[in-house]
Design a binder for this molecule. Structure first.
Ligand SMILES: C[S@@+](CC[C@H](N)C(=O)[O-])C[C@H]1O[C@@H](n2cnc3c(N)ncnc32)[C@H](O)[C@@H]1O
Length: 304
């Protein structure tokens, strides 16, 4: 395994960094032998698996999708305009760092108001304005509580300020390395079904959809600001089967509903024809202490 030069530049709920060593044993053989040439990650988030695959395997093309407009704008700007993005981020970094705790909070909440005063659509044409927008999004992401992207009912970003001594607002070398890597990527704001439209031969698809809540009271799913219902999970399972019929290699992860209810076999039924593994993952998204700890994550593969 190579040392990863480029790493995720966003913090994201459900990020897969800590599962990477385990996932490494689960990738299809064709990825290891170099036969896989096209990689798809339709629920991109911070893209932990993308960064791993892109730097460890010989894949030609990467197709990265997410429904979050500002997340996609940030990736597109890192891809296309990284030097100018770094300049703006360095200004945020310098302004923020010289402040005391109280002023840092003021600075954060002020930036949040500015951010919420405008909406951007990532499916419109690339615009110069995206650079400032991406910097604002990255700044808020790196300094808010736990990197959570949470919206209120009016669609406003409402995560509170985090308490970091030394937040990484602008990691110049990393952003440059990420930009280099993204040169081989097609990045778009799209629903997960876009995979089928863009599908090429020799494909590996990794799905990491919003989780089903791990308990009746857990609002873990709502952090993604979209209700990914059981109907969506079923639609995704249909796509998984369709991709399987097309000859693609497919892997999917989700939280295991058996964590809370040993009789809940929702995914076992949905993916009964495929390989299902359970793996222990640390979940720390819940602000309440009792919601943290180790729970099982479920992994489904259409290969052995
Ligand atoms: C569990 S997170 C992915 C985390 C990612 N694997 C990582 O390492 O950070 C799920 C992502 O799916 C996105 N999403 C939600 N619904 C979607 C949909 N219908 N199509 C595509 N992306 C969607 C969310 O914006 C979120 O970024």
């Amino acid at each position: 395994m190579k040392n990863l030069k480029a790493k995720p530049f966003l913090k994201w709920a459900g990020g897969k960094s800590q599962l990477l060593p385990f996932f490494e044993q689960l990738y299809p053989l064709e990825l290891k032998t170099g036969e896989i040439k096209n990689y798809y990650e339709p629920f991109l988030g911070s893209g932990a698996v993308f960064f791993w695959v892109a730097q460890n395997y010989d894949v030609d093309n990467f197709y990265l999708y997410d429904l979050n407009d500002d997340l996609i704008i940030a990736y597109r700007v890192v891809q296309k305009d990284v030097s100018r993005l770094i300049e703006v981020l360095q200004c945020y970094d310098a302004s923020y760092r010289r402040l005391g705790d109280f002023e840092r909070k003021e600075f954060f909440y002020n930036e949040r108001v500015i951010y919420n005063s405008k909406r951007f659509k990532a499916d419109s044409l690339y615009s110069e304005e995206w650079i400032k927008r991406a910097a604002s999004f990255i700044f808020l992401n790196r300094t808010c509580y736990n990197g959570l992207y949470r919206l209120n009912s009016k669609g406003e970003f409402n995560t509170p300020a985090g308490e970091y001594r030394n937040p990484e607002i602008c990691n110049r070398d990393n952003l440059l390395a990420v930009s280099e890597l993204l040169k081989r990527a097609i990045i778009k704001r799209a629903d997960f079904t876009a995979v089928l439209e863009d599908l090429k031969s020799s494909a590996f698809i990794y799905f990491d959809p919003p989780y089903r809540p791990i308990s009746k009271t857990s609002n873990f799913k709502s952090y993604y600001n979209n209700d990914f219902s059981d109907k969506d999970q079923e639609k995704l399972a249909d796509l998984f089967k369709e991709l399987d019929r097309c000859g693609a290699r497919v892997m999917l992860s989700n939280s295991d509903p058996k964590n809370m209810d040993p009789h809940d076999d929702f995914f076992d039924k949905l993916y009964g024809d495929f390989n299902i593994l359970r793996v222990c993952a640390k979940r720390s998204i819940n602000s309440k202490k009792e919601g943290r700890g180790y729970i099982n994550e479920i992994v489904v593969m259409n290969y052995s």
